[in-house]
Design a protein around this ligand. Structure first.
Ligand code: GLP
Length: 268
């Protein structure tokens, strides 16, 4: 059940509607400017990164900036959101995804990459989750967090029911999430049942948050996240309690909110 009494929205998150390439080009430039600012301050930029198809145009835009000499990952530290537990090989791991789609193409040092460890037993997973939360805190915390969103409103692998005060932990995957992953895994039986995920509180501690959503399958979840009640039924709705969250949407993902203009920055 949703408990809305203790989680009041500060304001609806801002949302931007345009083509994914345009939105991601602007977001990549924003990340590059934060990176330069941190460099001048002698600090590292800590990025929280997501997997799935949604961040792919952003990763292509970041790679393009690196190729043009407009961005360096040398003073960037990264933390990924989540990882499956019990994968039989690395093919479907988020580690492989991140190396294929970003890390191999930019000048990041491997020691500055933090991926949720791939573990096989729940016992190992509980320890790995606690260690991961500590590593995020030790880095000084996440400056900018990238998120996708599940059809059921999940962020990371914070499925419906995820508590507001959750930290990095072992989670059981929702049937909707497993079904959505089944094609990639070659059948539902091959999709893991558990994962390690940053928690809602871990995500909300990031200084700024950018959620990317494309396609009509995300429209309901996007609408409920921005304008619905805040609570565990739709985990992304907790983003309403964060002071600096932006949703980046294509016109299909924005279908449910397009009549609502309050607080929106409409580009297309
Ligand atoms: C997985 C990931 C999420 C991601 C979601 C949506 O469940 N754990 O972090 O947001 O998929 O993926 P996609 O962007 O491919 O729609």
């Amino acid at each position: 059940m949703t408990n809305n009494s203790t989680h009041q929205p500060s304001q609806p998150p801002s949302w931007h509607v345009d083509l994914p390439t345009n939105l991601c080009f602007r977001l990549a430039n924003h990340i590059a400017s934060l990176q330069r600012q941190k460099e001048q301050e002698g600090k590292r930029l800590v990025l929280g990164l997501a997997t799935g198809s949604s961040p792919l145009p952003l990763y292509r835009a970041l790679i393009s900036l690196v190729e043009k000499g407009m961005l360096s990952f040398q003073n960037i530290t990264t933390f990924n959101l989540d990882e499956y537990i019990g994968l039989s090989d690395t093919r479907h791991s988020y580690e492989t995804f991140m190396w294929d789609n970003l890390f191999s193409h930019v000048d990041i040092e491997a020691s500055h990459i933090h991926l949720v460890p791939r573990v096989t037993t729940l016992k190992e997973a509980h320890q790995a989750a606690a260690d991961y939360e500590e590593a995020i805190a030790n880095s000084g915390g996440i400056d900018l967090q990238i998120l996708g969103i599940g059809r059921n409103g999940h962020i990371g692998f914070n499925e419906p029911g995820a508590p507001a005060d959750s930290q990095t932990r072992v989670v059981q995957l929702d049937p909707v999430t497993r079904k959505d992953a089944s094609e990639a895994f070659g059948g539902l039986d091959h999709v893991p049942t558990h994962a390690i995920s940053m928690g809602i509180q871990t995500i909300l501690r990031a200084r700024e948050i950018h959620l990317l959503a494309w396609g009509s399958a995300k429209a309901t979840a996007v609408h409920e996240s921005i304008y619905g009640p805040v609570g565990s039924d739709v985990p992304a709705s907790f983003l309403q309690t964060h002071a600096d969250t932006s949703f980046h949407l294509d016109s299909s993902a924005a279908t449910g909110i397009e009549s609502m203009t309050q607080n929106a920055v409409k580009v297309a």
